[in-house]
Design a binder for this molecule. Structure first.
Ligand SMILES: *[C@@H]1O[C@H](CO)[C@@H](O)[C@H](O)[C@H]1NC(C)=O
Ligand SMILES: *[C@@H]1O[C@H](CO)[C@@H](O)[C@H](O)[C@H]1NC(C)=O
Length: 351
């Protein structure tokens, strides 16, 4: 399995390195065994969050590059980093909750607190409800602990972590099983269960498109001491629901390569035009990634040889032919002459 190259919460794990007194106290607080047990799940959860980010943004100009999930990339507070925070916090909560239901961890299990109680008309609580409270608590403890700053960016990141965890709860489903004479369903028992992580990713992608820019009182924040600063932050947050993603800075131009921001631009990116079962968003990917970024679409053909027409001969031989197949790909390429930018630009922004 590919390891996470860029764990921004590796910081508390540094207790292995000497000279970090604060980490040592953190270590003692939770105990070595519990700490290491969760650390592994936290790492797996982060990675699944980042993989989901790459899936969700596969056909967007910004495609969740590794640079965006590293400490440097996360220092900004754009619409896109808000998604990275939310999906990572959600991934950690999700993995720990699953671990809990599967009996991977000694000190937690299914949430059976409501079992036997009436849930609604014709159904009782029963079975194994996913213990999201446990996952939520550990996610807070490990992920939120990384935001040590007192500035508005730290406050925004914490808000987005929370929005990610609320997405896990908001997408939970009630599952029921019938009981009664020959499954007559006169009585049902029900429990709540996590959705597929894909569904949480899609839910947060919509939140990304609706993300709100935080209107902070810049003068007050720049001039003020940290108490004043906090006051300004609290005021700014007042009107925004906890479920919504927020950001502070406008997104840079994702069409263009910008090494200082760790952005590759869309030149060389693949896009899709034709094919069965494509969504409208996918079918427009060449326009979005190439044309609207001042690039052209180049068709690239590659020949792939594989085995085909295999025949089985008794006994025991298989004869195959070599068949070659041409695979057509569409890739954004620079126009002839010029740097390929600034022409036919209709839209700017983080599409
Ligand atoms: C928790 O679940 C993840 C993913 O399913 C798995 O890789 C990890 O080992 C589990 N943790 C424990 C402590 O079993
Ligand atoms: C890279 O981004 C920074 C910050 O937005 C900007 O100031 C700079 O001009 C950009 N560089 C290029 C080459 O676009």
């Amino acid at each position: 399995m590919k390891m996470v190259q860029s764990l921004f919460w590796l910081l508390p794990f540094l207790y292995m390195c000497p000279g970090h007194a604060w980490v040592a106290s953190n270590f003692l607080m939770t105990g070595p065994k519990a700490y290491l047990t969760y650390a592994r799940s936290v790492q797996v959860g982060t990675q699944s969050g980042i993989e989901e980010c790459k899936q969700q943004f596969a056909w967007d100009r910004w495609n969740c590059p590794d640079s965006a999930t590293q400490l440097k990339g996360l220092r900004r507070a754009t619409r896109e980093t808000s998604f990275v925070h939310a999906i990572s916090a959600a991934g950690v909560m999700y993995t720990l909750t699953r671990n809990c239901s599967l009996g991977d961890l000694d000190n937690c299990g299914c949430d059976v607190s409501k079992n036997g109680k009436i849930g609604g008309r014709g159904w009782l609580w029963g079975g194994c409800s996913d213990n999201v409270d446990f996952g939520e608590r550990i996610s807070k403890q490990y992920v939120d602990a990384q935001e040590t700053g007192q500035d508005s960016r730290a406050a925004v990141n914490l808000h987005n972590n929370e929005a990610g965890r609320l997405a896990v709860k908001a997408t939970m489903k009630r599952i029921c099983r019938c009981h009664g004479m020959s499954e007559s369903c006169s009585v049902q028992t029900c429990w709540t269960q996590l959705s597929d992580f894909r569904e949480i990713g899609s839910y947060l992608k919509i939140k990304h498109s609706q993300a709100q820019k935080l209107d902070t009182d810049k003068k007050r924040m720049r001039a003020g001491n940290s108490a004043d600063n906090r006051g300004a932050i609290v005021d700014a947050f007042g009107s925004i629901a906890k479920t919504e993603l927020i950001y502070l800075e406008d997104s840079p131009d994702y069409c263009r390569k910008n090494t200082s921001l760790g952005l590759y631009g869309t030149e060389g990116r693949e896009c899709v035009q034709h094919g069965e079962g494509l969504t409208q968003w996918e079918r427009r990917s060449c326009r979005r990634l190439c044309h609207e970024c001042g690039l052209r679409v180049e068709e690239r053909r590659t020949e792939v040889v594989s085995s085909c027409n295999c025949k089985f001969h008794w006994c025991c031989k298989v004869n195959c032919d070599d068949c070659s197949q041409v695979i057509v790909k569409h890739v954004c390429a620079r126009r002839d002459g010029g740097d390929g930018h600034g022409i036919r630009r209709r839209h700017r922004g983080p599409k």
